[in-house]
Design a protein around this ligand. Structure first.
Ligand SMILES: Cc1cc2nc3c(=O)[nH]c(=O)nc-3n(C[C@H](O)[C@H](O)[C@H](O)COP(=O)(O)OP(=O)(O)OC[C@H]3O[C@@H](n4cnc5c(N)ncnc54)[C@H](O)[C@@H]3O)c2cc1C
Length: 421
């Protein structure tokens, strides 16, 4: 069976949903179908996220993408009255004696302030590094400085996704779940009906998608398929420009963890900020509903680029890596237990850790979110729409304007992003 739409968007994660929202808003007359192999939206990496949001990025473009997106989410929650689970608990980077160069970038942009650790945590929560051989071996330093970003915090990706999904449905976007694209079919723009088409001298387009529920056709296509983009586009010779890296989250609970969770002097609810430890980028994310902390890290060297459909979180990785660091700074981790764990993937743009939005034939690809797709989701959707609608500039929420090609693979190289978590 072949079904026609003006546009098919493959992928109903945050990127596919926000893209559908802006395209339909700006092109109300076209028919859009969003398909996903899962039984509903946000079941891919969007649903596995640690769901922190921040505007603390070093490169100008990542700052604009994140700052405008988080301001838009705030607008939805506070002015439109739709709960996105946003809590402005802040991001807190802990440092030893020396601070990285990029701290100055944040201070100059006035998006973060330095804080004395004693002004952040209640007594007895954050400890001095115990004098042990292992602490020397791990080169752990006492926390002497902290950098606090107040416009940052935690959010619920299912609620953000639900906002875009509901708005799309109201505008008439069609959703088809439990539909997996198995093959992307290319054809000549002007077919001659000779065997072996398309020949190299013919202009080509994507003609249809073979799915497990029959073929689907559209005039145009968007691939918002995150790490799966490579598998879909490799067979037709389109490079996705991403590599997958497994990322894990461990939920840690217990009475001593609850004390850490509610130990902060910076907000009325005393919730600890999304906190990044001085060693190896290990982070603690407050999980208020679960009365727990989520612990994770974007480990780099030694973590391969392999990909499986069902990645598993490794308990030993937590015990011998993350826990060792966490309990050196927060002794409360010693009497804690793991109550949940999960794993997903970052789709890495390994060049400069900045998302990709690029065109080929009658398609647009949006991928490479490099671990920050939720907190840049709104801006990415606007950029996809600008490409789809043929506009050269994109208005981000809050008024800043960027070229539509800002995330293209043909863009000039942007600055390296130094704050990847
Ligand atoms: C452990 C972890 C922690 C993270 N923490 C954060 C964080 O704190 N903040 C943040 O902003 N980001 C974070 N991220 C990153 C964030 O989750 C991603 O950047 C974001 O979810 C990417 O959204 P997406 O829509 O591109 O991808 P996805 O949500 O993965 O959506 C892609 C969709 O495509 C569908 N699909 C794939 N192949 C096919 C096919 N062949 N046919 C049909 N459908 C298909 C999938 O089912 C999926 O629903 C984290 C990610 C992980 C794994």
């Amino acid at each position: 069976m072949v079904e026609n739409s003006d546009l098919i968007i493959v992928g109903a994660g945050i990127v596919g949903l926000s893209s559908a929202y802006y395209i339909k808003k700006n092109n109300p007359d076209i028919t859009i179908k969003v398909i996903d192999r899962a039984s509903t939206f946000a079941q891919g990496n969007t649903g596995k996220s640690a769901a922190g949001f921040r505007n603390l990025f070093t490169s100008d473009i990542n700052f604009k993408l994140s700052d405008s997106t988080t301001k838009f989410y705030r607008h939805v929650q506070e002015e439109m009255g739709i709960d996105l689970g946003m809590k402005f608990v802040g991001y807190l980077f802990l440092f030893g004696k020396n601070m990285p160069f990029w701290v100055d970038v944040m201070l100059e942009r006035k998006i973060a302030v330095l804080k004395n650790p004693d002004d952040v945590f209640e007594d007895g929560i954050l400890s001095k590094i115990p004098e042990r051989e292992s602490a020397d071996l791990m080169s752990l330093q006492d926390v002497e400085n902290t950098l606090y970003g107040p416009e940052c915090g935690i959010i619920e990706p299912d609620l953000v996704s639900s906002f875009y999904y509901d708005e799309c449905r109201k505008m008439g976007v069609e959703f088809q779940f439990s539909t997996e694209v198995k093959k992307v079919n290319m054809a000549p723009v002007q077919p001659l009906n000779f065997p072996g088409e398309p020949f190299i001298w013919q202009d080509k387009k994507i003609e249809s998608l073979t799915t497990d529920r029959g073929d689907l056709t559209a005039e145009r296509y968007i691939f918002a398929t995150d790490v799966w983009t490579t598998g879909l586009l490799d067979p037709i010779g389109i490079d996705s420009h991403i590599r997958p890296k497994k990322r894990q989250v461990f939920q840690i609970s217990g009475e001593s963890i609850q004390r850490i969770l509610f130990s902060c002097k910076l907000n009325d609810e005393h919730i600890i900020p999304f906190t990044i430890l001085p060693k190896s980028g290990v982070y603690l994310r407050p999980a208020v509903k679960e009365r727990s902390l989520w612990v994770g890290v974007a480990d780099d060297l030694g973590r391969d680029f392999s990909f499986t459909e069902d990645p598993q979180a490794e308990e030993d990785f937590y015990n011998y890596n993350l826990r060792t660091i966490a309990e050196s700074y927060f002794p409360g981790f010693k009497n804690s237990s793991m109550t949940a764990k999960w794993a997903g993937y970052y789709s890495y743009n390994t060049l400069d850790k900045t998302p990709w939005v690029f065109r080929f034939m009658n398609a647009v690809v949006a991928t490479g979110t490099s671990g920050s797709g939720i907190l840049k989701g709104d801006a990415i959707g606007r950029i996809v729409d600008a490409y789809f609608s043929g506009r050269e500039k994109v208005q981000l929420y809050g008024g800043s304007e960027i070229p539509s090609s800002a995330l293209d693979i043909k863009r000039e190289r942007v600055e390296d992003e130094h704050v990847i978590l």
